[in-house]
Design a protein around this ligand. Structure first.
Ligand SMILES: *[C@@H]1O[C@H](CO)[C@@H](O)[C@H](O)[C@H]1NC(C)=O
Ligand SMILES: *[C@@H]1O[C@H](CO)[C@@H](O)[C@H](O)[C@H]1NC(C)=O
Ligand SMILES: *[C@@H]1O[C@H](CO)[C@@H](O)[C@H](O)[C@H]1NC(C)=O
Length: 312
């Protein structure tokens, strides 16, 4: 993977008077650079490249650089991009980390210029005995997320290292991961099979077939995939979903659809699917926040389907 450092100043997204007004609201929520004393870097990765985005994010945390993940700007004039540009300006972000492929697709200036960049191959390699310095989880800023307000303006939110740790612990607990399972995943290189949408369109049962074939323990789908599998399942024999420990239903930022989960369970319960494995979740990609609904995961004597949600 090629990572390029891109100097954002040339993109000149700064907007008109209306944006300046938003800035005043913004600075109140935003302590600014003086407090955190750490360089801040925008992360610009398309959502079809989660691996590069995660590497960059964790790389920043290790390097004690504050990442500000943003959406890839579509055009220079796009109002959303201008707002993001304003956010970055308010944070004092002048450098962005992106992939080579994404960089080539960024909007060009009217004269056809693409932003100036430095390729990471010019950076020196770390020494062999390099060991990351793991900081204690304290009140320093770990990363900056943003939310879009009703009037279309964006508001920056700083997330502290202690909040990040608490969030990770809550997720680990909600997903039932143990230290041993995390360790094994890393050592054995967790086997991940991703099924492209184009294949799902041709064969809506492909994800179920892969679960059966590999006895997958965790599957991550959209409720759309469950719906189309329901429509198509009659053609399929020998389905056994008993290996699944978690069926994560991730519809992005949309609230979960309990009825599509119930419809799916009604049909696939007889094929080994256990009720408690279905976990609908909602996430905010730009905010790196996940809410997950688990069956009795907090209180074993609670109501079925009792939810647990958390945010950083
Ligand atoms: C973070 O700040 C809060 C409020 O100022 C304080 O109660 C808490 O102890 C601090 N946590 C750490 C780990 O420093
Ligand atoms: C699915 O497989 C498990 C373990 O191999 C077995 O115990 C169970 O009876 C199977 N269920 C169905 C519906 O075939
Ligand atoms: C678990 O749920 C039961 C009944 O719903 C309740 O009485 C009990 O206090 C709950 N326990 C915890 C730890 O929340």
């Amino acid at each position: 993977m090629i990572i390029v450092l891109l100097v954002l100043q040339r993109l000149s997204w700064r907007g008109d008077g209306r944006l300046e007004m938003c800035g005043q609201v913004f600075t109140e929520d935003f302590p600014g650079r003086a407090e955190s004393q750490m360089p801040q870097v925008a992360l610009v990765f398309p959502n079809n490249d989660p691996a590069a985005s995660m590497v960059a994010f964790y790389g920043c945390l290790l390097a004690e650089v504050v990442p500000v993940p943003i959406e890839v700007p579509l055009t220079r004039k796009d109002a959303g991009s201008q707002q993001i540009g304003f956010l970055l300006g308010s944070c004092g972000v002048t450098v962005a980390l992106t992939s080579d492929a994404c960089h080539k697709g960024l909007p060009k200036s009217p004269t056809g210029e693409i932003p100036q960049f430095k390729e990471s191959k010019h950076l020196s390699k770390p020494p062999r005995d390099w060991f990351p310095h793991i900081k204690d989880a304290n009140n320093d800023t770990a990363y900056i997320e943003y939310k879009t307000c009703k009037d279309g303006s964006v508001l920056g939110v700083t997330v502290t290292r202690i909040a990040l740790l608490t969030h990770c612990q809550a997720l680990t607990q909600a997903c039932g991961y143990t230290e041993v399972s995390c360790f094994q995943s890393v050592m054995n290189m967790m086997h991940v099979i991703s099924i492209p949408y184009s294949l799902m369109k041709v064969n809506p049962l492909s994800w179920i077939q892969k679960v059966c074939q590999y006895k997958a323990k965790v599957a991550c789908v959209k409720s759309r995939d469950m719906h189309w599998a329901l429509v198509a399942h009659r053609d399929q024999r020998d389905i056994n979903l008993s290996s699944l420990r978690m069926l994560i239903v991730a519809d992005g930022a949309n609230p979960w659809s309990i009825s599509s989960c119930d419809a799916f369970l009604n049909v696939f319960q007889s094929k080994g699917l256990r009720q408690e494995v279905i976990c609908p979740c909602a996430s905010s990609p730009e905010a790196l926040t996940v809410a997950i609904r688990r069956y009795c995961c907090v209180n074993a004597s609670g109501q079925p389907g009792e939810g647990v949600s958390f945010s950083s």
